[in-house]
Write a protein that binds this ligand. Structure first.
Ligand code: C2E
Ligand code: MG
Ligand code: MG
Ligand code: MG
Length: 281
């Protein structure tokens, strides 16, 4: 069995870097088929109104159920999708799926107060007609634009300020709202907050998790809340894991909370149970 021995030998002498390149190559090949094989899933993490404690919407977060590797997290496959251009079909799939899911909950559960937040990455902005993608997703789901929130990071804007600005204006014309994700971690100039039609600041999880551990984090949280208040923007704190964090953020007049304290990202079925439990509580 010369062939089998050959494989065993190559594997034995593969340097680690080569192994990683090979597995990356395989992962990329697999990702090309992930949509048609229906291996991609959206999970939904509740966004909680801190004043009322009620769910005001969900953030859609992608997961890849790989047949051999199990669940692959977005931190692994989104960068790969960006580099290969697969972010275009994956991004359109996420927009369509999230809009359809919210539309279904609206009709079946009567929850037309809920919002859906969908992440948009740099590659989508550069390689795809994002406004067209959003328009189509809203139309296909028969969802009003004011129910959709697009989340983007500072780097997406910094890399293409002109294009980003033009696209955001066109999204606003569809009544879609815009959230600045992971705020405080990037390099964006504060001038963008005024120049661009940004409705929501999402305080990065790193500041929220450390707000009682390091004084600087606490000061950054209060500074972001002050800045947002003076610019008339909504605020969301991501990564809330303790009651103490939730209570203090509520006292500081942060509007919305998101984090494991409330729920991890949930399958559509579990998100629905979460809504039902809340309604009967
Ligand atoms: P993000 O948009 O900042 O999403 C929030 C991340 O924080 C999620 O990680 C969520 O699971 C995690 N998280 C929320 N609350 C807590 C908490 O209390 N504790 C901890 N430890 N983590 C918490 P996830 O799902 O792994 O997503 C990572 C990133 O991948 C997202 O960061 C987003 O940038 C990107 N991503 C996910 N889905 C998509 C997608 O459909 N399209 C695009 N373009 N990017 C996506
Ligand atoms: Mg996000
Ligand atoms: Mg975030
Ligand atoms: Mg984040």
């Amino acid at each position: 069995r010369a062939k089998a021995t050959g494989i065993a030998r190559t594997e034995l002498y593969q340097p680690i870097a080569h192994d990683q390149a090979k597995s990356r190559f395989e992962l990329e090949a697999d990702l090309r088929h992930a949509i048609e094989r229906e291996e991609l899933r959206l999970y939904y993490q509740p966004l909680v109104d801190l004043r009322t404690g009620r769910v005001s919407g969900f953030e859609a977060l992608a997961r890849w159920q790989h047949p051999e590797r199990g669940v692959v997290q977005p931190s692994e496959f989104i960068p790969l999708a960006e580099e290969t251009g697969l972010i275009v079909p994956i991004g359109r799939w996420a927009l369509n799926t999230a809009c359809r899911q919210l539309a279904e909950w609206r009709t079946r559960l009567g929850r037309d107060d809920l919002m859906m937040a969908v992440n948009l990455s740099g590659g989508q902005l550069v390689r795809d007609d994002v406004v067209d993608a959003v328009t189509q997703a809203l139309e296909a789901a028969d969802l009003p634009g004011d129910r959709l929130k697009i989340e983007l990071t500072e780097s997406v804007i910094i890399d293409n300020p002109k294009r980003a600005g033009a696209i955001l204006e066109r999204l606003k014309a569809l009544d879609v709202s815009i959230a600045m994700d992971d705020f405080g971690t990037g390099y964006s100039s504060l001038a963008y907050l005024q120049k661009l039609p940004i409705d929501v600041l999402k305080i990065d999880r790193s500041f929220v998790s450390n707000m009682f551990e390091t004084e600087d984090s606490y000061k950054i949280v209060t500074a972001i809340l002050g800045l947002a208040a003076s610019l008339g923007m909504e605020t969301v704190a991501e990564g809330i894991e303790t009651v103490a964090q939730a209570d203090r953020l509520t006292d500081l007049a942060c509007h919305v909370g998101q984090g494991f304290l409330y729920a991890k990202p949930l399958s559509a079925a579990d998100a629905e149970t979460y809504l039902a439990d809340e309604a009967s509580a």
